[in-house]
Design a protein around this ligand. Structure first.
Ligand SMILES: [Zn+2]
Length: 250
């Protein structure tokens, strides 16, 4: 199972990274986890535009979903004709939200390009991956993910405040990709995002093997993000996400 970080900038694209997007590959199957602002551009450095087999969206904030509009254009209006539909697993209401975002009438909206499947908490098979989703602690319906293949596992927090469900998804995972949007300070917003220290605490409680901090907001000092997470004793290494970084697991 290979993870390529396409975009890891939090809340809006940064100078060196698009917003959230992760490419997972196993057995020749390619799954995109989130498709945030700007991701389609950087994605093409790593994989053919039409080599994606499925898209999974965590939630409908623009920095996690809006480049589905760009991908709709790329798949629909190619000079050689439209590309076959691929599945998009996403919260309820995604098909209409995306149609509205692009100003498309429904039907068909984007349904001739994408086969929308509504997520619910639980486990399903997507290609070679066993995919478990759970509700996170965020102002809109948001799914965290656990993807398993060949005895290895990756958990992804999406956007969340403190969450026992996240700890459950990350239980004994080889890798936790966890948001760290906030730095320690007074008057932090509740039920929205995690600090780097809270991200590390979730990794510690879950017994995750490796922690990668992501959703790095451009106004934060990255060195301080890493330093605050490093103050929590962990079983494995902690590092910062970066666009283009590849992590091979087994
Ligand atoms: Zn969000």
């Amino acid at each position: 199972m290979r993870l390529t970080i396409i975009g890891c900038s939090g809340s809006f694209p940064g100078p060196d990274s698009p917003a959230s997007c992760y490419l997972l590959e196993a057995d020749g199957f390619r799954l995109l986890l989130d498709l945030g602002s700007g991701a389609i551009g950087a994605l093409q450095r790593h994989v053919g535009l039409y080599d994606i087999d499925a898209v999974c969206l965590s939630h409908l904030h623009a920095d996690h979903c809006l480049d589905l509009c760009a991908y709709y254009v790329a798949r629909t209006f190619h000079p050689d004709g439209p590309r076959p539909r691929i599945p998009v697993y996403a919260p309820g209401g995604t098909a209409s939200r995306m149609a509205q975002a692009y100003g498309l009438a429904e039907p068909p909206g984007m349904t001739e390009a994408f086969e929308f499947a509504t997520l619910a908490p639980g486990t399903r098979q997507i290609g070679p991956f066993q995919v478990t989703t759970a509700h996170m602690n965020h102002p809109v319906e948001t799914f965290g993910y656990r993807l398993e293949h060949g005895g290895r596992s990756i958990a992804y927090s999406a956007d969340t405040g403190e969450s026992a469900a996240l700890t459950g998804l990350a239980r004994d995972a080889d890798l936790l990709v966890c948001e760290a949007s906030l730095l320690d300070g007074p008057d932090l917003p509740a039920d929205l995002h995690l600090t780097a220290r809270q991200a590390a605490q979730h990794a510690a409680q879950a017994g995750a093997g490796q922690l990668v901090l992501t959703h790095l907001v451009p106004w934060n000092d990255e060195a301080r993000t890493l330093e605050e997470a490093s103050g929590v004793p962990l079983d494995g290494p902690v590092s910062l996400a970066a666009s283009g970084r590849v992590i091979d697991l087994g």
